[in-house]
Design a protein around this ligand. Structure first.
Ligand code: PGA
Length: 250
């Protein structure tokens, strides 16, 4: 595993965008696995800037997203499709038909998940998967205790995730109670993984995930078993890992 420590959120975003840019330059038709949440917003902003300057093109690039709420239309402001459009896709030259996000309105969620697994295979697998990490070590909607052997599947959101997400909705009843999510097995099949973490509130869980035992209690700990992981974090998120003796690059 390679670990890069950046000074702050902006520097972390720039470093992550460098790695994604390199992937797109070396393999223009690569398959990017993309993530939502607060952490990747700056990385996407950097990629948009590079595209606008003419340094980067996504004209041949394909993308698959990690997850989507069940029951939200792609136009709902809290849907992950909407997040991707507004933070990245609407501002770059990626072809709409080459962007893939699970359909939150699927009538048959099980069939939607199976079709998504097939889609990833038909694209030739994911070249680079971008990931954030939740405060409890979750990756995508894979929560503590979940099976490591699953590909894309239907998830019942935990009460704590529903509570945490309620800040984005007017009323707690509006928060979806289910989601579709790539599983740990799907994520582990990506050729390369890029995890980004920011902020002091992630320092303990980052340390547990990368220095502690590989356990279903901390889903991100499974990444210790992946052969090509790059962790990029700011000083606030990485300082406990550094104090524990992990070697990091500046
Ligand atoms: P965040 O979420 O980027 O908003 O901290 C990360 C995650 O829950 O995967």
């Amino acid at each position: 595993m390679r670990i890069y420590q950046a000074r702050d959120y902006t520097a972390m975003s720039r470093r992550a965008a460098n790695i994604i840019s390199a992937q797109v330059i070396y393999k223009p038709d690569c398959v990017l696995g993309l993530a939502t949440g607060g952490t990747p917003v700056g990385t996407y902003r950097q990629l948009v800037e590079r595209f606008q300057k003419g340094d980067l093109s996504f004209a041949e690039t394909r993308s698959v997203n990690l997850d989507e709420y069940l029951g939200l239309s792609p136009h709902h402001e809290q849907s992950y499709r909407y997040f991707m459009q507004t933070n990245l896709f609407d501002h770059i030259d990626i072809k709409p038909e080459n962007t893939h996000v699970l359909n939150g309105l699927a009538r048959n969620p099980q069939a939607e998940c199976e079709a998504y697994n097939q889609l990833i295979r038909s694209l030739g697998g994911i070249d680079l998967q971008l990931l954030g990490m939740g405060h409890n070590g979750h990756i995508a909607f894979n929560e503590p205790g979940d099976d490591f052997g699953l590909e894309t599947h239907l998830v019942d959101l935990t009460e704590s995730t529903i509570q945490a997400n309620s800040r984005f909705f007017e009323k707690i009843d509006e928060v979806p109670r289910h989601a579709l999510s790539m599983g740990i097995k799907s994520i582990m099949q990506a050729r390369r993984i890029l995890m980004i973490v920011s902020g002091e509130e992630k320092a303990d869980i980052v340390c547990k995930a990368f220095r502690g035992p590989v356990t279903r209690d901390v889903p991100a700990s499974v990444l210790q078993l992946h052969p090509d992981v790059t962790l990029v974090g700011d000083e606030a998120a990485l300082h406990k890992l550094v104090e524990a003796g992990e070697l990091v690059c500046g």
